[in-house]
Write a protein that binds this ligand. Structure first.
Ligand code: GCU
Length: 608
């Protein structure tokens, strides 16, 4: 199996990711934009299916990326953004426009803006928190580049391309699904399209701190490892100061010819970050009088046999799975308020851990988790059956992985990088994922690696559950999804199930659960009732608690979420109903079963 190393073949024109955008000088472009729906991609391809923005003289009349206006009454121009409908950014288009609820295809976004600081010697980048799925970006009619992947940030340099007034950015966003894509053509979540996260013009100095990593050295609570990347003409031999006033730290490092610097800083009596004490230090990075601040927690993390140790102490991951959706408002979650709502519910449940499924969520989730003391599992959308043999699919998945790690590597809350969910065992698949794991360990020597695997009933056994997956060898935590009592039999079956897991590693059950319509009551044998779901939780928790290596669970799922696969009238109506909370924010009976279980688990582990 040929695995191509990550080349930016998919996304082009973008600069390496600039991290910690929220603490940099910027002009937000969030708010009201104009949009044009273009199902036939007429604005992008001409009638011979040639790509217009590759043509030397693209037609003014149809090439939407030009944002062209007729110069005289007789000129034929067949679009006008300013007269087009409004749409909000950040947001998906599906939950904003009834006519776009099921829409999959291309939508052109347009935003006009002035930029006073256009020529002040600094550099400017246009930054997108995410765009689902494929984004072609143009500034003042000129192509900046393309980005692929719906859940990770990207930025293009626009220095020298801005005018003091009358700028316009145009983005063609296309969320068409495809077999070769990541995720692939079928998923169990709504394919929300659009500019789903923040859009900003970021201003930095000519030579600036583009990226940095600042975390405790592996298994060492006394030394902080720092690496810094300087971007700019004068990147070599640059001094960067790292200050952590709260820890009396003031250190320096100097970049090499590539603009990279590394150092290790001795740290005495650091207040370590933990769920019970999510202590964050202010960190100040200074280069050439330019200051960049961040809030960073320091904690150690490792596995030892079947234990997961945080700051050397065994933990049980009292978790819940979460989709990036605000069911109450509708659509993709994106804001700090959304994160506070979702993670607030998890806290109420008694969680110290969340599985952010099945793709990197917005940065607010990890930052709010840092503040609330909630540990995080972050995952790339290598979901079900993607094209394992396709080098472009590998590059795409690999880009999403490296972008996910780059963005959140300074978040103490993030403890697990997940490579995949429910992928079919094959040599090509396992090699694909092993290569992703290799990259992850090269980029991040501290965090744990996992993937949501599948279990099945051992051949010849009545109810012995096994995970026959070679990937177990390569992950730090063996995680699997199991739906005994929902997709496999009835809750009764939990009573006789036994799990045979031969590894001396921590085990996590990354999914279990069943659908219940909130407010639908009946006997515990009646599917879709709260009583059935409640009973399923009771039986499942008893079953799983017997697994000797069990060190965490993330039941499926915190809240009901939209899925085009769920069509049962008057019960699902387009919602996966496995939430413990309905889309209106109302709790189901099973919520309290899990809450009680977590009270018990907390007492059990606080004894340690
Ligand atoms: C799967 C999958 C989820 C899905 C869930 C379900 O295991 O990982 O994405 O939503 O099961 O069927 O509800």
């Amino acid at each position: 199996m040929l695995i191509m190393l990550a080349s930016k073949s998919y996304s082009f024109g973008q600069e390496p990711q600039i991290i910690n955008i929220e603490n940099r000088a910027s002009l937000t472009l969030n708010g009201i934009w104009k949009y044009v729906v273009d199902p036939y991609q007429t604005g992008y391809y001409d009638y011979r299916r040639e790509v217009r923005d590759q043509q030397s003289n693209p037609s003014n009349s149809e090439s939407l990326f030009l944002g062209y206006k007729p110069q005289n009454p007789s000129e034929r121009v067949e679009y006008d953004f300013e007269k087009s409908d409004n749409i909000l950014v950040p947001r998906d288009w599906n939950s904003q426009k009834e006519k776009l609820f099921y829409y999959e295809g291309s939508v052109w976004y347009y935003k006009a803006f002035d930029y006073a600081g256009a020529s002040n010697g600094n550099r400017q980048f246009i930054y997108f928190g995410a765009a689902n799925y494929e984004a072609d970006v143009y500034l003042n009619g000129k192509k900046l580049g393309k980005h692929i992947g719906g859940f990770t940030p990207f930025n293009f340099e626009i220095t020298g391309k801005l005018n003091p007034t009358g700028n316009f950015v145009i983005v063609k966003v296309d969320n068409t699904r495809g077999l070769e894509k990541v995720p692939t053509i079928n998923t169990d979540w709504w394919n929300y399209g659009g500019l789903t996260r923040d859009v900003k013009i970021v201003e930095v100095a000519g030579t600036f701190i583009q990226d940095y990593y600042i975390q405790l050295a592996p298994n060492d609570s006394k030394n902080i490892e720092v690496s810094v990347t300087i971007n700019g003409a004068k990147k070599a031999n640059q001094t960067v100061t790292i200050e952590i006033p709260g820890a009396n730290i003031n250190a320096k490092c100097t970049t090499d010819s590539e603009g990279k610097a590394k150092t290790t800083i001795a740290a005495k009596n650091l207040k370590l970050w933990s769920p019970d004490n999510p202590y964050l230090y202010e960190v100040i990075l200074t280069h050439d009088k330019n200051i960049l601040t961040d809030k960073v927690g320091f904690r150690t993390l490792q596995t030892q046999g079947k234990e997961i140790l945080v700051n050397g102490k065994p933990v049980f991951l009292r978790g819940i799975s979460i989709h990036e959706e605000n069911g109450i408002r509708g659509g993709r979650a994106y804001s700090r308020e959304d994160a506070v709502m979702l993670l607030g519910w998890a806290k109420e449940l008694g969680c110290n851990f969340v599985r952010l499924a099945h793709y990197p969520h917005n940065e607010n989730m990890a930052r709010v988790a840092d503040e609330l003391g909630i540990m995080v599992w972050s995952e790339v959308p290598v979901y079900w059956t993607i094209q394992w043999k396709n080098p472009d699919t590998y590059n795409n998945a690999h880009n999403q992985l490296t972008d996910m790690i780059t963005r959140d590597k300074n978040r103490a809350s993030v403890i697990i990088w997940s490579m995949a969910n429910e992928t079919p065992v094959s040599t090509d698949r396992t090699e694909f994922l092993k290569s992703m794991i290799k990259t992850t360990r090269q980029m991040d020597p501290v965090r744990l690696v996992s993937a949501a695997l599948e279990r099945h009933t051992k051949a010849g056994s009545v109810n012995t559950q096994v995970i026959e997956d070679p990937l177990q060898e390569y992950v730090d935590i063996i995680a699997f999804n199991q739906y005994i009592g929902w997709y496999d039999g009835l809750p009764e079956k939990c009573k006789t199930a036994e799990f045979e897991i031969k590894y001396d590693k921590p085990v996590m059950v990354s999914e279990f659960g069943g659908d219940a319509l909130q407010g639908n009551h009946g006997s515990k044998d009646a599917r879709w009732t709260e009583e059935f779901q409640e009973d399923l939780y009771v039986e499942t928790l008893k079953m799983l608690d017997k697994i000797p290596q069990l060190r965490g669970i993330t039941p499926w799922i915190l809240a009901d979420f939209r899925s085009p696969r769920r069509v049962l009238p008057n019960i699902q109506d387009g919602w996966n109903r496995k939430g413990l909370i309905s889309e209106t924010g109302d709790k189901k009976k099973a919520f309290f079963v899990l809450q009680d279980f977590y009270k018990m688990k907390k007492v059990e582990y606080d004894k340690n």
